[in-house]
Design a protein around this ligand. Structure first.
Ligand code: 2P0
Length: 351
C-alpha cells in the first residue's frame, strides 16, 4: 500500500471477510479510559491515517473515560446520545462519529443507536476523543464479535483519533510510531509495569471548549514552528528516560522527563505562526505553585495537554500535602491491565 491509503482500506484489511457483516449480538458495550501522555504525540506524518511523527507514552486514567453501548436499530440514520442528550445530526460531533461508523459497513446497512456516557469534560484538553474512539472500537468488536487482537483494536481506534490508540489498555502504554506507510506497525503496546504508588491529580482550571483543536494546532506547529525540528530528538531522549524511570519506579526521573516534555511541546506551539497558547492565567499560576513547592522540597511535577488544565504527578505518600495546596485537585485512581492477559481486552469491563 502506498501514500494514498485510505482509512477504509485499513479497516477492510484488518476485518477481512468480517467487514460489513451483520451484528452477532443484540448489543455491544465497552468502557475505555482516557489517557495522559507523559511523552506527547505532537505532529503527524500522515493526516488521513493519524500516523505520528514520533512515538509517545501515556498512562491511562482508571475509571475516567467513556462507556459506549451500541444497539442495531431499524432506522435510516444512526441515533447518537451523549450523556443523555440526543446529538443533533448537523453537529460536528455527530458527523465525525457517523463518518467513523461508515468505515465498518456497506452504505445503508446496520444503523446504530450509540449511547455514550463520558465522565470527563469534553473538549477541555482531557483527551475525550481518545476514550471516545477507543470505547467505540471496543464496543463494535463486541457487537460484531470480531475478536480482534489488541494491536488491531489500537490501529482502528487510531483511525478515529491518534491518542485513542493508547486507550485500549489501563496502565502505561507506548504508541510506537512505526515506519510503514500503511501504519500497520503504528499502534499501542502495553508496558509490562505496574506502579501503584504513582498518583495523578487533575487540576481543572477551565472546562470551556478549547479555542483551537489539537488536530489543527499540531498541523500548524509542524508547518510553521522553527523549533519543531528539535522535537523528534527530544521525544527519543524522553522515551528512553521515561521507560527507565518506570522500570525502576524512579519518580523524580519520571516527573522531570514528563514535565520537560510537556513544556517543550508547548514551546513548539508558542513558536508556531499564528502562535498557539492553551494556557490561561490560572494555568501559569498552578505551574508556579508547583515550581515553588518543588523548591521547598516536595517532589511534585505536572504535565499539560492541548488545553489549560494541569495534571499533577506525585507519589501516594504526598497526597495529603498536595491536597492541602490544591484543594480542588481531583485525584485519579490508576488501574493497570495485567500484562500477561493483554492479548484479550481485559481490565476494561463496563462498570
Ligand atoms: C497527546 N495530544 O499525546 C497529545 C498531547 C494533545 C497534546 O493526542 O488529530 O485528539 O485526533 O489524532 O489524538 C490530542 O490529539 O489528535 C493529543 P488526532 P488527538 O495526548
Amino acid at each position: 500500500m502506498g501514500c494514498c491509503v485510505k482509512k477504509i482500506d485499513i479497516v477492510r484489511r484488518i476485518l477481512g471477510e468480517r467487514w460489513g457483516s451483520v451484528p452477532q449480538s443484540l448489543d455491544g458495550k465497552a468502557f475505555a479510559p482516557t489517557n495522559i501522555a507523559l511523552c506527547k504525540y505532537w505532529g503527524k506524518r500522515n493526516q488521513e491515517l493519524n500516523l505520528p511523527v514520533t512515538s509517545s507514552l501515556s498512562i491511562s486514567l482508571g475509571k475516567k473515560g467513556a462507556s459506549v453501548a451500541l444497539k442495531p436499530i431499524a432506522d435510516t440514520q444512526d441515533a447518537v446520545v451523549l450523556n443523555g442528550n440526543a446529538m443533533n445530526q448537523e453537529s460536528a460531533f455527530y458527523k465525525r462519529l457517523v463518518h467513523f461508523l461508515d468505515l465498518f459497513r456497506h452504505a445503508n446497512t446496520t444503523r446504530l443507536a450509540v449511547d455514550i456516557q463520558s465522565n470527563i469534560p469534553v473538549a477541555a484538553g482531557l483527551a475525550s476523543s481518545a476514550c471516545g474512539f477507543a470505547s467505540l472500537v471496543l464496543a463494535l468488536n463486541e457487537l460484531f464479535a470480531w475478536r480482534l487482537t489488541t494491536a488491531d483494536l489500537s490501529i482502528l481506534a487510531r483511525l478515529g483519533s491518534g491518542s485513542a490508540s493508547r486507550s485500549i489498555w489501563q496502565g502505561f502504554v507506548e504508541w510506537q510510531a512505526g515506519e510503514r506507510r500503511d501504519g500497520m506497525d503504528s499502534h499501542g503496546v502495553l508496558l509490562d509495569e505496574i506502579w501503584p504508588d504513582l498518583c495523578i491529580g487533575l487540576l481543572i482550571v477551565s472546562d470551556n471548549e478549547k479555542s483551537i483543536s489539537s488536530r489543527e494546532a499540531m498541523q500548524r506547529t509542524v508547518a510553521t514552528s522553527a523549533l519543531y525540528s528539535a522535537w523528534p530528538q527530544k521525544v527519543a531522549d524522553d522515551l528512553i528516560t521515561l521507560k527507565q524511570a518506570i522500570a525502576h519506579h524512579d519518580f523524580e526521573l519520571l516527573g522531570q522527563a514528563a514535565e520537560s516534555n510537556a513544556m517543550t511541546m508547548h514551546a513548539t506551539m508558542l513558536s508556531a505562526w499564528p502562535a498557539v497558547s492553551y494556557a490561561i492565567p490560572e494555568t501559569v499560576l498552578a505551574m508556579q505553585n508547583v515550581w515553588r513547592l518543588r523548591q521547598q522540597g516536595l517532589p511534585l511535577y505536572f504535565t499539560q495537554d492541548a488545553g489549560p488544565n494541569i495534571k499533577l504527578l506525585f507519589e501516594k505518600k504526598n497526597t495529603d500535602f498536595v491536597k492541602s495546596h490544591f484543594p480542588h485537585v481531583e485525584i485519579i485512581e490508576l488501574l493497570f491491565t495485567e500484562p500477561r492477559a493483554s492479548a484479550s481486552v481485559t481490565g476494561l469491563d463496563v462498570s
